[in-house]
Design a protein around this ligand. Structure first.
Ligand code: 1CP
Length: 346
């Protein structure tokens, strides 16, 4: 089985090898855009559902069955390992992660403990079940990057400005580095657990890194993300590194140790590959809002993304960020078929 997965279009594109068609999957492909997801989640909290391997398996498989995507992504959340590390938090419907008592001092940091695989045994179990079910379809594991995780821990929840996060970064570099270093350990342990259980690739989500200048990213964030990505260099699976609004960070995010750099819709892929360099594949980057503009626009823009993606050594088609809950799932199904057909070898 393993060799079939290693030879899948998705893993081959991540490695910059030739492919029979451009592989495609969607960030947030599992979730509220699917009626079968809304049904199975009825009355079950987000964190509780992430801890139930039977539910995780079913929810992860739903978009694979429906859309014929080239990869599955484990149903979980970036704050799952943080909860396992001892932080009291919840994922509130319509809001996102909310931390009961934010981390702002060295004393607070003591509440964030290292994790081992045993603390997230439900993830190991879910990955094993999924690898058995998925056959030749690769499973992507993921984690939040230290900066994005720190933003939730410091702010206490979602933020637009990252004021408290940046204030700590500038004013208390020792505390900042201690926090990000601890988060890097947790993220590394969480990704290792998923790889040991059988995932075929990992994605490090630094969704909110685009709030930083390149200089600040390089000084305060990159060393911690690099420790995570380079710590997996021997693991034998492609490493994808993604953030939103990262046009000025793409080179640095590649240098952190990624095999694939995820690009949002603001930077055309032919331009992105010039920034990232010839050694790395790209993933992206259709604007998720385009899915609301009617099929003719979707097809035209998808063709543009495919054409621009040909400039990169390998291209994994995706959106520039996650599927919005209001998206018509039939448009996603049609888009997958179109990407396969339009990019397929004659
Ligand atoms: O009850 C629900 O359905 C809540 C919505 C939801 C879902 C479906 C949340 C809350 N998380 C998830 C699952 C999830 N989260 C996945 C599933 C796999 C898939 O993609 O199909 C993944 C990969 C994530 C990762 C995640 N969580 C990120 C990084 C990706 C991104 O979108 O940038 C981030 C930033 C989070 C935090 C989070 N969790 C949930 C929400 C609404 C948010 C964002 C809150 C904010 O705006 O700050």
């Amino acid at each position: 089985m393993t060799s079939v997965v290693t030879d899948s279009p998705f893993v081959r594109a991540c490695r910059g090898l030739d492919v029979p068609h451009t592989p495609v999957w969607f960030m947030r492909q599992a979730g509220r855009s699917l009626p079968e997801y809304r049904k199975i989640r009825e009355g079950i909290g987000m964190l509780d559902s992430c801890r139930r391997p039977d539910l995780v398996t079913e929810i992860t498989l739903q978009p694979v069955r429906r859309h014929n995507v080239d990869a599955a992504i484990l149903f979980s959340d970036i704050v799952v390992p943080i909860a396992a590390a001892g932080i009291d938090l919840d994922i509130v419907a319509g809001t996102g992660p909310v931390v009961a008592s934010p981390i702002r001092t060295a004393d607070d940091l003591r509440r964030l403990q290292p994790i081992t695989s045993d603390d997230v045994g439900f993830v190991t179990e879910a990955v094993r079940l999924l690898v058995g079910e998925l056959g030749a379809t690769p499973l992507i594991g993921f984690a939040g990057a230290p900066f994005t995780l720190a933003s939730y821990l410091i702010e206490g929840g979602p933020s637009r400005t990252y004021l408290k996060t940046k204030a700590m970064m500038y004013a208390a570099p020792e505390l900042w580095n201690a926090l990000l270093s601890r988060l890097a350990d947790i993220t590394l342990a969480f990704l290792r657990t998923q790889i040991d259980a059988g995932v075929s690739a990992v994605q490090l989500f630094d969704s909110w890194a685009g709030a930083l200048s390149e200089a600040d990213y390089r000084e305060h964030v990159l060393p911690h993300s690099a420790r995570v990505l380079q710590g997996l260099a021997d693991a034998g699976v492609p490493r994808i590194h993604f953030g939103v609004g990262t046009a000025v960070l793409l080179r640095a995010m590649g240098e952190a140790g990624a095999d694939v750099v995820g690009v949002d819709w603001r930077t055309p892929l032919d331009q992105a590959t010039g920034i990232v360099g010839p050694d790395r594949s790209l993933q992206g980057n259709l604007d998720p809002a385009i899915l609301f503009a009617g099929w003719d626009v979707v097809r035209r823009e998808a063709d543009r993304v495919l054409a621009q993606g040909r400039a990169a050594p390998g291209h994994v088609f995706n959106l520039g960020h996650g599927v919005m809950p209001e998206t018509d799932p039939d448009v996603l199904t049609r888009l997958v078929a179109h990407v396969h057909e339009a990019s397929g070898r004659a």
